[in-house]
Design a protein around this ligand. Structure first.
Ligand code: NDP
Ligand code: OXD
Length: 310
C-alpha cells in the first residue's frame, strides 16, 4: 500500500514516523519529490493540495484531509468526483479549539481587552463584569468544534446558543437553525464565535448586515476561515464602536500581510491560524483506522458532502 502525503505546512517526517506506527507496511511518499509511480498511490493525506494533483493517481481510493476544513481540497475543480473525501474529526482537536474559544470568550467577558488599554495609559480602572449566567454567547456552526466549544462554555455558566443547518440537542445550549433563524440568533449574541465551514452558502456571512444585527458593543471571535468575514465591514463596525473588539485567527490572506490594518488596530487581537492545529501524534491513529476501513471495503468515516461543501 502506498500513501501520498502532500501539505503546504505539515511536517512530513513527523507524519511518516507516526503513520508507520499504525500502518507499518505502508510506503509513505511525499509530494512533490518522492511520489514514485502514480499508479502505486492508494490513499492521499493532504492539506492545500496543488489543484489538479489528485486527478493524477489512477488507483486512488480515498482522500484524507489533514485538517477539519476541506474547503482547501474542494476548491480543486479537477478533484476526482467518485473518490471519497474524509474530514478530520479528532477529540483532541475539538478540545484544543475549545481552549482557544474559551480563552477569548473569558477575555472579552471579563474586560481584559480594556485592562490592556488601561495599563498602556497607566490607569487603574477596575471593572465589575456581569455573571456568566447573563452573558449571551452565540456560536455560528454547532458541529464537531462548535458543539464542543458550546458544551465547554455552557459548563462555565454562559447562556449559550448555536446556529446550524439542522436543529441540535446539546444540554444547556439553545439551538437556532436554518437561514431564517440567523438574524434572531445574532440579535441575542453578545459574544459571537464563528466555527462554520467555508462553503458557497457561508462565504462572507459576517458582513455589514449581520454585524448590524448583533447587539451594540458585541464581540467577534473568528476561528474558522477568513473568507467568512468581510474584513472592511468589520473594520467599519469596530471604528464606529458597534463592535467592541475582535479576536481573529484566520484571514482572507494568510499570512496576514504586513500592512493589513488588523495588525495595529487597538480593538483587534490577531493569532496566526493556530486555534487548533492538527497533531500527528493524536491524529495518525484515527486516519490509519479510517484507511483500514476503506481497505476492508467500507466507506470512510466523516465523509465530506460535496454538494454541501463540508
Ligand atoms: P463540522 O462540519 O463538524 O460542523 C460545521 C457546522 O456548521 C455544522 O453544525 C453545520 O450544520 C454548520 N453549517 C454548515 N453550513 C451551514 C449553513 N449554511 N448554515 C448554517 N449552519 C451551517 O465542522 P467542524 O466543527 O469540524 O469545523 C468547522 C470549521 O472550523 C472547519 O471547516 C474549519 O474551517 C475551521 N477550523 C479552523 C481551525 C483553526 O485552527 N483556525 C482548526 C480546525 C478547523 P449541521 O450540523 O446542521 O450540518
Ligand atoms: C483545519 C485548520 O481546518 O487547521 O483543521 O484550519
Amino acid at each position: 500500500m502506498a500513501i501520498l502525503f502532500s501539505s503546504t505546512c505539515d511536517d512530513a517526517e513527523a507524519w511518516r514516523a507516526e503513520m508507520k506506527k499504525y500502518l507499518p507496511e505502508t510506503d509513505f511518499r511525499v509530494w512533490p519529490d518522492d511520489i514514485g509511480k502514480v499508479e502505486d498511490i492508494d490513499f492521499a493525506l493532504v492539506w492545500n493540495p496543488k489543484p489538479g494533483e489528485l486527478a493524477r493517481y489512477p488507483n486512488l481510493k480515498a482522500v484524507f484531509s489533514l485538517g477539519a476544513g476541506v474547503d482547501n481540497i474542494l476548491k480543486d475543480a479537477d478533484l476526482p468526483a467518485d473518490i471519497p473525501l474524509a474530514r478530520l474529526v479528532d477529540d483532541n482537536l475539538s478540545r484544543v479549539m475549545s481552549e482557544y474559544v474559551t480563552h477569548w470568550v473569558l477575555h472579552f467577558h471579563r474586560g481584559f481587552h480594556l485592562f490592556r488599554l488601561s495599563q498602556q495609559n497607566g490607569e487603574w480602572r477596575p471593572l465589575n463584569p456581569p455573571e456568566t449566567s447573563v452573558r449571551r454567547v452565540g456560536i455560528l456552526g454547532l458541529g464537531e468544534l462548535g458543539g464542543s466549544a458550546a458544551h465547554a462554555l455552557s459548563g462555565l455558566g454562559f447562556r449559550v446558543a448555536g446556529w446550524s443547518r439542522s436543529a441540535k440537542r446539546i444540554e444547556g445550549v439553545e439551538s437556532f437553525h436554518g437561514a431564517d433563524a440567523l438574524i434572531p440568533f445574532l440579535r441575542r449574541s453578545e459574544i459571537l464565535v464563528c466555527l462554520l465551514p467555508l462553503t458557497p452558502a457561508t462565504e462572507n456571512i459576517i458582513n455589514d448586515e449581520t454585524l448590524a444585527a448583533l447587539p451594540a458593543g458585541a464581540f467577534i471571535i473568528n476561528a474558522a476561515r477568513g473568507d467568512l468575514l468581510v474584513e472592511d465591514d468589520l473594520l467599519k463596525a469596530l471604528n464606529s464602536g458597534h463592535i467592541a473588539a475582535a479576536a481573529l485567527d484566520v484571514f482572507r490572506r494568510e499570512p496576514l500581510p504586513a500592512n493589513h490594518p488588523f495588525w495595529r488596530h487597538p480593538k483587534v487581537a490577531v493569532t496566526p491560524h493556530c486555534a487548533a492545529v492538527t497533531s500527528p501524534s493524536s491524529t495518525a491513529r484515527i486516519i490509519a483506522d479510517n484507511i483500514r476501513r476503506v481497505q476492508a471495503g467500507r466507506p470512510p468515516l466523516h465523509q465530506a458532502d460535496r454538494t454541501r461543501g463540508y
